[in-house]
Design a protein around this ligand. Structure first.
Ligand code: PHB
Length: 362
């Protein structure tokens, strides 16, 4: 099928072979004491390198940033060595890959934290729900409000992790600023009740994010940095009272940064995305943001084409379809049927449901 999705795209200094992006997907396969990506991780991403751009699963920037069992980190030498296998595999197949750097903030648990400490957050507000630990499901706890010192240490951790990522051979890094994790809960006025320079006004709540960007810019070029945001909250316990004003301010300011891209996540089903009554937040922010925009959430070939044809986004990210269709970009291009992913192996199962989805018969 002819479509804009398969036209190449120049993103900063990177030439992408098409406009499909593999969205960051938690897979929890780093089942080793080092929490390092390994040969199997490399195979998984190698199989998916026909995407124009791969964004890796979230990789914790420090031991405190950890909240998902067996997620691979980006702070230790062993982890850097692990990621080298991944970037080599993707580049051998002419793919491009950014690593997603995340700090889960309060969406963790003492059982996942160094020395059993309380997870970190701008303010001591407990999230709703449960978290999977190495000892099973546990209720979230009330996190600890970060000290100023801890805030600056975390900013430096982001910088170090970005530097590590470049050493590991990534084409760039994506800061995870979405979905109720640490950067997001600094931004949102429902979760940030601080009374210092990191809380209160929009400018203060966005300070953490912009200091992280400035720190990473000590080591990387702007064209090597992407940012993911979810201006429409995906968790009812992590919201802002004036999201368009808050994210409008941030996204306007991002115009000065010349980043590789802004990645806007709207979590939804493909049915919702295609419903004529559905109103995406993307057109609103498209008008504000001058750089490369990625749209993610519930995309099908049809919705992707529509957005690209309407010039509402430059690149389209696909998540779940990339789990079960390693050659998703090629399948979409020739109109081949798509395989459905098995939800039971999203987060565990070793090689099963990870590297064993077949390529299409040619
Ligand atoms: C997930 O594991 O389902 C997940 C993780 C990080 C996100 C979103 C979803 O940002």
């Amino acid at each position: 099928m002819m479509s804009k999705l398969f036209e190449p795209f120049k993103m900063g200094s990177l030439q992408l072979k098409n406009r499909t992006v593999m969205a960051p997907l938690t897979r929890r396969r780093a089942e080793n004491p080092e929490l390092a990506a390994d040969e199997m991780t490399a195979l998984y991403y190698r199989q998916r390198s026909s995407a124009g751009l791969i964004v890796s699963e979230g990789s914790q920037i420090s031991p405190e940033a950890y909240g998902y069992t067996f997620s691979p980190g980006c702070y230790s030498p062993a982890q850097i060595e692990g990621w080298k296998k991944v970037t080599k595999a993707v580049h051998e197949n002419y793919g491009k890959i950014f690593i997603q750097l995340w700090h889960v903030g309060r969406l963790s648990h003492p059982l996942l934290q160094p020395d059993g400490q309380l997870p970190l957050a701008p303010s001591a507000i407990k999230p709703d729900g449960q978290v999977l630990t190495h000892e099973g499901q546990k209720e979230y706890v009330t996190p600890r409000a970060m000290t100023t010192e801890e805030i600056y240490k975390t900013i430096r951790d982001f910088g170090k992790a970005a530097k590590n990522a470049m050493e590991a051979g990534f084409d760039g890094v994506e800061i995870h600023g979405a979905h109720g994790y640490l950067v997001d809960i600094f931004i949102l006025d429902g979760t940030n009740k601080r009374e210092d320079e990191f809380g209160g006004s929009i400018e203060n709540r966005a300070r953490f994010l912009f200091l992280i960007l400035d720190e990473i810019l000590k080591y990387l070029k702007p064209s090597q940095i992407g940012l993911r945001l979810s201006p429409k909250s995906v968790r009812p316990d992590a919201v802002d009272s004036t999201p368009e004003k808050t994210f409008g301010y941030i996204i306007e300011k991002l115009n000065d940064y010349n980043l590789a891209y802004l990645h806007l996540s709207e979590m939804m089903s493909p049915e919702t995305r295609l419903n004529p009554d559905f109103k995406s937040i993307i057109p609103f922010y498209r008008k504000i943001y001058k750089g490369t925009l990625i749209s993610c959430g519930g995309h099908s070939h049809e919705s992707a084409n529509r957005m690209l044809e309407n010039n509402e986004a430059d690149l389209i990210a696909f998540g779940k379809p990339f789990i079960s269709n390693p050659d998703l970009a090629e399948r979409l291009q020739v109109g081949a049927p798509l395989a459905e992913p098995d939800k039971t192996t999203f987060y565990h199962g070793g090689a099963v449901g990870y590297v064993d989805y077949p390529f299409r018969d040619k």
